[in-house]
Design a protein around this ligand. Structure first.
Ligand SMILES: [Zn+2]
Length: 279
């Protein structure tokens, strides 16, 4: 059985309006109040998967190589860090065998590459194979204007140049990546985002990445303005939430500031909600 550990890497801020799309602030601010600049706080929560002699890191947070201007936009904060949380779980950077990148937006891949004291960009995990897919990689190195600010080349081009980035074949209906881990592909948020589903015997854990950034996004219209194909996101979310109800999936939220994971149920109005403790 694959051992799953949550790896918190701290918090950052994104505009509440951008995160909730067409939903008016007067609705979302009740559950997730913004600060005076309309910014809401979000987590960056990675996963450590341990099986056999492999230690697989899923996503890497923001990293720490961006400048003051970038930090003033996104206000990274909190006491947790990627390497600190790994160390708390007895894991040094050299121990990581694989880094699975759901997609190459900076808040997911920033920690994958570090800057040495000499200024060189090198893989943070010296013995790891890094995983993306060809469709997404090509999308990221030739970004459209809406996503260009999210794809920072210093976060992923060095991995390719140094020969440690490998591609998972994109398959309709998902790919069996390794025993116990199936990879699903989603197209609403960005091109061919990869979502791992981890078999835990009597249930599976589904890492939602930016398909369902938080439990605040369960409602159908709650689709991020960042998404390139919002109507596709709505379909993909419905697929995931129906499966969560019917197959008892545990959803793991990368960006939820409060809730790490949840099971889902339908309420009396037929809407997907977090399963309450009483039921
Ligand atoms: Zn993203």
């Amino acid at each position: 059985m694959i051992k799953i550990t949550s790896i918190p890497t701290g918090y950052f801020k994104l505009d509440g309006g951008a995160m909730f799309g067409v939903v008016p602030r007067r609705l979302w601010q009740r559950t997730h109040p913004p600060d005076e600049n309309n910014m809401c706080t979000w987590a960056m929560r990675c996963l450590l998967l341990e099986t056999g002699d492999r230690k697989i890191l899923v996503d890497t947070g923001l990293g720490d190589k961006q400048d003051e201007k970038f930090r003033s936009h996104f206000e990274p904060h909190g006491t947790d860090s990627l390497l600190g949380s790994l160390e708390k779980n007895g894991c040094s950077p050299a121990d990581i065998t694989d880094v699975f990148l759901t997609h190459l937006h900076f808040d997911h891949v920033g920690g994958a590459v570090k800057r040495t004291t000499g200024g060189d960009l090198v893989p943070t995990f010296p013995n790891a194979t890094y995983w993306t897919n060809q469709r997404h990689y090509e999308w990221a190195i030739n970004p459209n204007p809406r996503e260009a600010a999210s794809f920072l080349k210093e976060n992923f081009v060095p991995l390719h140049e140094q020969g440690v980035l490998k591609f998972i074949p994109v398959e309709e209906g998902g790919a069996d990546w390794m025993p116990g881990v199936k990879v699903h592909f989603a197209y609403g948020h960005t091109e061919a985002m990869m979502l791992p589903e981890i078999d835990q015997g009597d249930h599976s854990v589904f890492y939602c990445a930016d398909l369902l950034a938080s439990h605040f996004h369960l409602g159908q219209p709650y689709v991020m303005s960042y998404d390139i194909r919002p109507l596709v996101t709505i379909k993909e979310k419905k697929w995931l939430l129906d499966r969560a109800v019917n197959e008892n999936l545990v959803l793991f939220f990368e960006h939820d500031p409060i809730l790490e994971k949840a099971e889902i149920q339908l309420n009396e109005r037929g809407r997907h909600v977090v399963k309450s403790e009483e039921t």
